[in-house]
Design a binder for this molecule. Structure first.
Ligand code: MLC
Ligand code: AMP
Length: 496
């Protein structure tokens, strides 16, 4: 039996999930996910790694569907609920999805695509009652999930993890951060990335704790959760990206002194608050500590590896640093020839361990290129070991941007911009921004001076998720280039 399912049997009567005003026990989650697995299987004995894409509202149904896919032997492909059709279609086509599962509110978005491609569509909410089937045995070496991540290639790649990978990613964190059945965590993160899927949901459920969902992030919603939990015997937990802490601080500062005092008191009761997915500015860490009494635990991870490096749960949480290798994860810093750099010098972070993904979906060459000959995963992040704590210095590719915790490829955005009839050339960069980490901006050369930037924005939003759409455009006559003809992006940044 899959370990996460086995774990759920340990605490059948505990509340597993709170969503849309309802509570669901582990038993309910086991029963309903098994029933859903039976629906997925229909007349088959095993989905045998069929890809099942699902666009489901964050809450009980999301986990039910995910666990159902796993128990039926399929590969779970979560779709972002806010992506435009073009991005959803890319994932569905790239994975050659065989079944699509949707919450009723998303049926209209994917129905025609499913019909056109002959993909089975399951709409939640109105499912037939069918007899529960006996489920296939699932070896933990099987593929479990595909998440899409942007990189140095222009289109996002599917990161394939096996059940073994997921179990390693989950169990390492559960031990390092001491999750327990008393944990009660708030989930406000998108559920097509590891931060929400692994650190928030899977680790808490593995430990027998409770996950409470808000369908979307709002500072009001988060503070309402913080102030409404008065039971003393629960361990409250919160995890978010730096942009969210920035937004929470801004909201907190808009409140009256009395409201602030009450909230600060409520926040002191938390067991743990974590930040990750992007660099946590020291100013944000310090402000948050002042208002909440919590020194944020900053950690470092990646879609391909789950979490790899973390500040200690017990011990010093050092500002501006990501901490030490997690147990079971090997970390090294190397130079361009893959030689380990002397202590105190900068090098690329490379990772080895059971947590590391299996492959990029159907991209053999990209997979080979991302591992060294002796099997280390090349992260592309540059760090230094400062007195036993790793500190991130930057990335080896200027074309990877992190904004709001999302990884964004400058090349992907450029490729789309160049298909616009009024744009003859362009270059995209990320510029530093306290709130978003980096802000996506674009320099464009236009061949039609009547180009309307608002119309261009709308046009871009139809083609890619809004967080990848440039926030500012600068019309230029030419792009700065070096002697080799390559755009000098550092120079370009100075224009914004
Ligand atoms: C949105 N907006 C942005 C933006 N994203 N502006 C600048 N830069 C961006 N990146 C604008 C919108 O256009 C809109 O403006 C306004 O902000 C509100 O948009 P929204 O979509 O409603 O934003 P909001 O819900 O507030 O989202 C912000 C956020 C979200 C921080 C909650 O970005 C988020 O959930 N980020 C988390 C991503 C994540 O989970 N990453 C983990 C990846 S895994 P207007 O004018 O249009 O109204 C990983 C590994 C690891 O990294 O280590 O964890
Ligand atoms: P993703 O591909 O979306 O999983 O993003 C992974 C990337 O996020 C890493 O390669 C890092 O560049 C970045 N990242 C994650 N955590 C941190 C952190 N604590 N500090 C700086 N960068 C981080």
């Amino acid at each position: 039996m899959l370990k996460i399912i086995n774990q759920a049997h340990q605490n059948p009567n505990n509340t597993a999930i709170v969503s849309a005003g309802k509570s669901y026990s582990y038993q309910a989650l086991l029963d309903e996910s098994q029933a859903f697995a039976s629906i997925l299987l229909a007349n088959q004995a095993d989905l045998s790694e069929s890809r099942v894409a699902f666009m489901v509202v964050a809450g009980f149904d999301y986990v039910k569907v995910q666990w159902g896919i796993w128990q039926a032997g399929g590969i779970a492909v979560p779709l972002c609920t806010t992506h435009p059709l073009a991005s959803l279609q890319y994932v569905i086509e790239d994975t050659a999805t065989e079944i699509i599962v949707v919450s009723p509110e998303y049926e209209a978005i994917l129905k025609d695509l499913a019909t056109e491609k002959g993909i089975r569509l399951i709409v939640l909410g109105n499912l037939p009652t069918i007899s529960i089937k006996s489920l296939p045995p699932i070896a933990s070496t099987r593929r479990a999930m595909i998440l899409y991540t942007s990189g140095t290639t222009n289109l996002p790649k599917g990161v394939v993890t096996t059940h073994n990978n997921l179990e390693a990613q989950i169990s390492t964190l559960v031990n390092a951060w001491e999750y327990t059945p008393k944990d009660h965590i708030l989930c406000i993160l998108p559920l097509h990335h590891v931060h929400g899927i692994i650190n928030v949901i899977s680790c808490t459920l593995w430990a027998g704790g409770k996950v409470e969902f808000l369908p979307n992030f709002s500072a009001e919603g988060v503070f309402k959760f913080f102030s409404s939990k008065t039971t003393e015997d629960e361990n409250l937990v919160f995890m978010a990206v730096p942009t969210i802490y920035f937004k929470l601080i801004a909201h907190f500062e808009s409140l009256s002194n009395e409201e602030q005092r009450a909230l600060s008191k409520d926040m002191k009761r938390f067991r743990l608050m974590v930040s990750g997915s992007a660099a946590l500015p020291v100013s944000v860490m310090e402000k948050w500590e002042t208002i909440s009494g919590h020194r944020l635990l900053e950690r470092y991870g990646m879609t391909e590896i789950g979490m790899a490096i973390s500040n200690p749960y017990h011990g010093e949480r050092r500002a501006g640093h990501i901490g030490q290798a997690l147990p079971g994860v090997d970390v090294r810093l190397v130079d361009e020839e893959n030689n380990i750099v002397p202590k105190g010098e900068a090098g690329e972070i490379q990772i080895k361990g059971a947590n590391v993904f299996q492959e990029y979906w159907q991209k053999k060459e990209a997979t080979e290129n991302t591992f060294t000959e002796d099997g280390w995963f090349k992260t592309g992040d540059v760090a230094v070991d400062e007195d036993g704590y790793y500190k991130i210095l930057g990335r080896s590719s200027i074309d990877i941007i992190k904004s709001g915790g999302y990884k964004i490829s400058a090349l992907e955005i450029e490729e789309v911009l160049r298909t616009h009839s009024a744009i003859s050339d362009c270059s995209v960069v990320g510029i530093d921004n306290e709130e978003w980490g980096e802000l996506v901006v674009a320099a464009i050369i236009v061949n039609d001076s009547s180009l309307d930037i608002n119309a261009l924005n709308t046009w871009m939003r139809e083609r890619m998720p809004s967080y990848r759409v440039p926030r500012r455009y600068k019309i230029v006559d030419e792009l700065p280039r070096n002697a080799m003809g390559k755009v000098t992006k550092n120079e370009l940044k100075q224009l914004f």
